[in-house]
Design a protein around this ligand. Structure first.
Ligand SMILES: Nc1ncnc2c1ncn2[C@@H]1O[C@H](COP(=O)(O)OP(=O)(O)OP(=O)(O)O)[C@@H](O)[C@H]1O
Ligand SMILES: [Mg+2]
Length: 256
C-alpha cells in the first residue's frame, strides 16, 4: 500500500547479507548466516524451513523487534540495522503490524481495546477517528458482535482475527505474521488466509512464516531457509495459488 509517510522506492524491505548471532555463555548461535532478498511493495511472501532454521529470527529482524548482528535491513529508504532502540520502537509503532502464533492478546482488555493497543505506544490519547477505526477493523474481521468480549470469551480463530485487526490499526506499511494459523483448525485457517488475501489484494505487503505447504501455496512467493541461509526463493504461479484455495474449500470438514 503506498504510504505517503514513507519513501519506499517500490520495496517494502531489502535485506542485504543479514547475520544474527546470539552470544550465550558457552556458545554462539549463528541463527542467520548471511541472508539477502528484496520484497517489493504488495508482495505476499511465505517463509518456510525446518525448526531452528532462523524463520522467527528473520521475522523479528524485519519487524524491528531485534537488531541484526551485521548486514543491512532497509525498510523503505531507512537502514534500520543501524538504528537505536527508540528509533526502532518508532518504526514498529508506525509502520509494522505483527501477528503472533499465540495471538498475544491482553486478557483484561476487550476486543476493541486490544485492537487499540498499538496506538497507545504512539504516546497520544486516541482521537475520535482512531476509535471509530478500531471498531471498523473489528467489523472487517467479522467481530462486530463481539466488541466488548474479552479474549477468554472468544474462539482461537476469533482471537487471531482480533490480532489481525490489531496489526492493522496503525495502517502499517507491512504485515508480519509468525505461524498465524499454527494453532487453528482447517476451517479457521481458511478464514484467516482469505483475510490475508483480501489485505494483500488491497495492496498490503505480507510476510508470514508457516510450516504448512497448503498455507505457503496461497502466497505469491515462497522463501525457504535452511541452517540460517536462504535455500531457495520461488514464485507461486496463479494456478498453484488458485488450486490450493480450491483444494482447501473442497476439503473443508462438513459442519455438524
Ligand atoms: N534469543 C535467543 N537466544 C539464543 N538462541 C536463540 C534465540 N532465539 C533463537 N535462537 C536460536 O536460533 C536458531 C534459530 O531460531 P528461530 O527461532 O529463528 O528458528 P525457527 O526457524 O523459527 O524455528 P521454529 O520452526 O521451531 O519456530 C535456533 O537454533 C534457536 O535455538
Ligand atoms: Mg519460529
Amino acid at each position: 500500500m503506498s504510504n505517503p509517510k514513507f519513501e519506499t522506492d517500490g520495496f517494502a524491505c531489502r535485506v542485504v547479507d543479514m547475520k544474527k548471532e546470539y552470544v550465550l555463555k558457552s556458545e554462539t548461535v549463528r541463527a542467520l548466516r548471511g541472508v539477502s532478498f528484496d520484497v517489493p511493495e504488495g508482495d505476499y511472501v511465505a517463509i518456510m524451513g525446518p525448526s531452528g532454521s532462523g524463520k522467527s529470527t528473520l521475522l523479528n529482524m524485519l519487524g524491528c523487534l531485534d537488531k541484526p548482528t551485521s548486514g543491512s535491513l532497509w525498510l523503505g529508504s531507512d537502514d534500520v540495522a543501524t538504528m537505536n532502540d527508540d528509533q526502532l520502537a518508532d518504526i514498529r509503532s508506525q509502520r509494522i503490524g505483527f501477528v503472533f502464533q499465540s495471538y498475544n492478546l491482553i486478557q483484561q482488555l476487550t476486543v476493541v481495546e486490544n485492537i487499540q493497543v498499538p496506538l497507545f505506544y504512539q504516546g497520544k490519547s486516541l482521537s475520535k477517528a482512531q476509535q471509530l477505526r478500531s471498531i471498523e477493523l473489528a467489523r472487517m474481521v467479522g467481530l462486530a458482535e463481539r466488541l466488548d468480549h474479552r479474549p477468554t470469551q472468544l474462539s482461537g480463530g476469533q482471537q487471531q482475527r482480533v490480532a489481525i485487526a490489531r496489526s492493522l490499526v496503525n495502517d502499517p506499511f507491512f504485515i508480519l505474521a509468525d505461524e498465524p494459523t499454527g494453532n487453528l483448525d482447517s476451517r479457521t485457517t481458511e478464514e484467516i488466509l482469505q483475510l490475508f488475501e483480501k489485505l494483500n489484494n488491497e495492496g498490503r505487503t505480507i510476510i508470514l512464516v508457516t510450516h504448512e505447504d497448503e498455507v505457503s501455496k496461497r502466497a505469491k512467493r515462497v522463501v525457504r531457509l535452511k541452517d540460517g541461509r536462504l535455500q531457495w526463493d520461488r514464485q507461486n504461479s496463479q494456478e498453484v495459488r488458485e488450486a490450493a484455495a480450491k483444494y482447501a474449500i473442497d476439503n473443508m470438514p462438513v459442519e455438524v
